[in-house]
Design a protein around this ligand. Sequence first.
Ligand code: DQA
Length: 145
Amino acid sequence: MKKVLIINGPNLNMLGIREPGVYGNVTLQTIEQNLRVQAVELGLDLTFVQSNHEGVLIDAIHEAHGTMDGIMINPGAFTHYSYAIRDALGSIDVPAVEIHLSNIHKREEFRHISVTAPVVIGQIAGFGPYGYELGLLALNRYLNQ
Ligand code: DQA
């Protein structure tokens, strides 16, 4: 069974409360629960990490080396400026998919840049919580090709 690490960065624990006009009403717990159901269908073994701390996210990425087959990551605001998270993803040989609930490309200019995009397979943005489902499908297909 392939193992996938699902990483959510800062402020994503506040989904459901945080800016519902941008991020909707669905909580991270619900997103994770839906992914668990989907993982049973796909035959994937999921591990979840959410942290508001850059170093915790970097440690989780490092620990995926040799233990995980794939990563799905929403780095939150770190997407736009964390060279350390980008380097962590680039340090390990584990394919990753980047997820954003919102379409970062049609928001404020600082969100148009993703420093992590060059070290992932691809990015899904703008489909709300459904983006996680799409991301897991895409990662699963990639891992089985
Ligand atoms: C986000 C987009 C980021 O710009 C923002 O800082 C987030 C969430 C998204 O999922 O749309 O925290 O990654």
